[in-house]
Design a protein around this ligand. Structure first.
Ligand code: ZN
Ligand code: ZN
Length: 117
């Protein structure tokens, strides 16, 4: 490959390198790419930070926090599902059809929102 005199994009130092190179060193490449990264907002703490387009969190801590949260949400949903399944089983055991069961569920829902005097 043809080598030529280039100017480093980060530190402006002239260096002799391949045409495809834009930085004098790996260090400059890494430093400079930090500045050219886009500003993002952390999904966990709402802080702005600079990162590549794929990043969603400002730090490892926030990334961990998010995975912990989504895990507990999933767990809660699973528990809800299991609770529903248990009730259905119970109703089936009591000889209720699916339609009757739904009526019972609807009634139970309305009973909760009914204003009592
Ligand atoms: Zn440089
Ligand atoms: Zn964060």
């Amino acid at each position: 490959m043809a080598k030529q005199i280039k100017t480093c994009k980060a530190c402006k130092v002239k260096f002799y390198g391949n045409q495809s190179r834009s930085y004098c060193s790996e260090r400059c490449k890494n430093d400079h790419s930090i500045y050219t990264r886009r500003e993002k907002i952390c999904l966990v703490c709402g802080k702005t930070f600079k990162a590549s387009s794929a990043a969603k969190y400002c730090s490892q801590k926030c990334k961990y926090e998010m995975s912990r949260r989504s895990h507990s949400i999933k767990k809660r949903e699973k528990e809800k599902q299991e609770e529903l399944e248990k009730r259905r089983l119970e109703m089936r055991r009591n000889g209720l059809s699916y339609a009757q069961m739904q009526i019972a569920e609807t009634k139970a829902m309305y009973a909760k929102v009914e204003v009592r005097k």
